[in-house]
Write a protein of this length. Structure first.
Length: 387
C-alpha cells in the first residue's frame, strides 16, 4: 500500500474493514482488534493515525520493535494465534504509519487471551453475542447447534406418544432398536443431553418430541401462502401457520401442496391415471432440506409461497459451511444440523448419499422439462421450483 492509498483510506474514515490507532497501544486493545477482524471478514489496522484520520505517525518508536510487539500480540494474546502481515508507509514529513493486515480467520472463532470473543462492526468492535458465537463455532464444525441442550426444557416436556410414533417409523425402515434402552437411544440420537446427571432435551429433541416445540423455539413454525399471481404484493388467497413437531409440520405442508397444486387425469387403459403437477419426491426433498439445513440461530421461520408460476421455499440463513450454489446440483453433501438430518434419515424421508438435489433436478426434467433454481436473497436461501 502506498501513501496515496493510505490518504484515501483516511478520508473514508473507519469502517467494517478499517481501524485507526495511535501509538502507544495496549496489548489487550490490539489483541481485541485483531480477533475482531479475524472473526469477521478481515481488515487493516493503521497504527499512527488518530480517530479523525490525521496522520501523526508512531513518534520515536523503533519500527522493528513495534513490528515485534505486533507479532507477539498476534501469536500470544490471540487464541488460536493469528497470522498477520505488516507493512509501513512514510509521509512527506517522515511520519511512519504501520499497517497490520489481518485475514479472515480460517480457525474461527478467535478469542483474546482474556477469553473474550470480539466481532467487527461498521462502527468498531464489540463482544460477540451468543448467537454470533454459535454461528462461528458452527461454521468451524466444532459445535452443531441442533445438538445443544435447551436448559429451560425437561424430560417432562417430551411427548411419550411422539416418541412411540418415532420409534415405530424407525422400525418400519428396518432399523432394529431392540435391546437398547430408551434413555440410551435418546442420547445416541442427540435428542437428550445428560449434563452431570441432569437430562435436558436438545434442540433436535424438542423439535421432534416436545409436546409444544414452539414454547421453546417460537420461530420453528412454517408460514405457507398461496398467492394468485407471480408477485408477493398480491393478497394471498390462503395462508397457513403450521406449528408442532417437525414431522407433523412436514405432513401439514404436503397437504397444503395437495390442495393448491394441480393434478391432471389421463385415461390409460381402462381407467384414469392421476399425474401430479410436481413430483412428490421433489416437494419432499425441498421441505426436508429446509428443515435440516436452515440456520436455527436465526429467529425467523421457514416460508413457503405458491405462486402461479413457481413455488418458493425460503429458508433462514446462508448455505452451510463451505457449500456454494454452483455445487448444489452436483450433490455436495455438507450437514449444518446432522442430528436433525439423522432423524429424517432414520424415518426414511432422506437418503445419506447426497443425491437429493440431483434427484430433484432429474425428476423435474422428466415431469415438465424444467429445473429447480437456487439463490441467496438477503438472509434467506431460496429454493425455486417452476410450475
Amino acid at each position: 500500500m502506498d501513501l496515496r492509498e493510505v490518504l484515501q483510506r483516511c478520508k473514508k474514515g473507519e469502517n467494517l474493514r478499517t481501524e485507526f490507532k495511535q501509538w502507544p497501544i495496549h496489548s489487550d486493545d490490539l489483541a481485541a482488534e485483531i480477533t475482531a477482524f479475524a472473526n469477521t471478514d478481515g481488515g487493516q489496522i493503521f497504527i499512527g493515525i488518530d480517530d479523525t484520520g490525521n496522520l501523526i505517525g508512531i513518534g520515536g518508536e523503533n519500527i522493528d520493535n513495534l513490528s515485534k510487539f505486533v507479532d507477539n500480540v498476534a501469536f500470544n494474546n490471540c487464541e488460536p494465534p493469528v497470522t498477520v502481515i505488516q507493512e509501513t508507509v512514510r509521509d512527506e514529513k517522515g511520519n511512519i504509519i504501520l499497517i497490520i493486515n489481518i485475514p479472515k480467520g480460517s480457525q474461527r472463532p478467535y478469542k483474546t487471551n482474556r477469553g473474550i470473543y470480539y466481532v467487527r462492526t461498521s462502527s468498531g468492535r464489540r463482544q460477540a453475542s451468543r448467537e454470533e458465537l454459535l454461528r462461528l463455532f458452527q461454521a468451524a464444525e466444532s459445535l452443531y447447534y441442533d445438538e445443544t441442550p435447551i436448559f429451560r426444557s425437561t424430560m417432562e416436556d417430551l411427548d411419550e406418544k411422539a416418541l412411540e410414533s418415532l420409534l415405530e417409523l424407525v422400525k418400519e425402515q428396518g432399523i432394529d432398536t431392540a435391546g437398547i434402552s430408551r434413555d440410551r437411544l435418546l442420547q445416541n440420537w442427540h435428542l437428550v443431553d445428560d449434563i452431570k446427571g441432569e437430562k435436558h432435551p436438545t434442540f433436535t429433541g424438542v423439535l421432534f418430541l416436545a409436546a409444544n416445540p414452539q414454547a421453546f423455539i417460537p420461530y420453528s413454525y412454517v408460514s405457507a401462502l398461496r398467492v394468485p399471481g407471480n408477485d408477493i404484493s398480491i393478497e394471498p388467497i390462503d395462508q397457513k401457520h403450521f406449528e408442532g413437531r417437525l414431522i407433523d409440520i412436514y405432513h401439514d405442508i404436503m397437504r397444503f401442496f395437495g390442495i393448491h397444486l394441480m393434478r391432471s387425469h389421463q385415461i390409460k387403459g381402462t381407467g384414469p391415471e392421476v399425474k401430479v403437477e410436481i413430483p412428490v419426491e421433489v416437494l419432499r426433498e425441498a421441505i426436508v432440506n429446509a428443515f435440516a439445513h436452515r440456520d436455527y440461530t436465526i429467529s425467523s421461520p421457514i416460508r413457503i409461497i405458491i405462486y402461479n408460476d413457481r413455488i418458493e421455499i425460503r429458508t433462514p440463513g446462508s448455505l452451510p459451511n463451505t457449500v456454494d450454489i454452483d455445487a448444489l446440483k452436483f450433490g455436495v453433501h455438507v450437514l449444518r444440523n446432522p442430528s436433525i438430518y439423522n432423524i429424517f434419515l432414520k424415518v426414511g424421508l432422506v437418503t445419506d448419499a447426497g443425491s437429493g438435489i440431483p434427484r430433484m433436478v432429474r425428476l423435474l426434467k422428466q415431469a415438465n422439462n424444467t429445473e429447480p433454481d437456487f439463490k441467496m436473497e438477503g438472509n434467506e436461501f431460496i429454493t425455486i421450483i417452476p410450475r
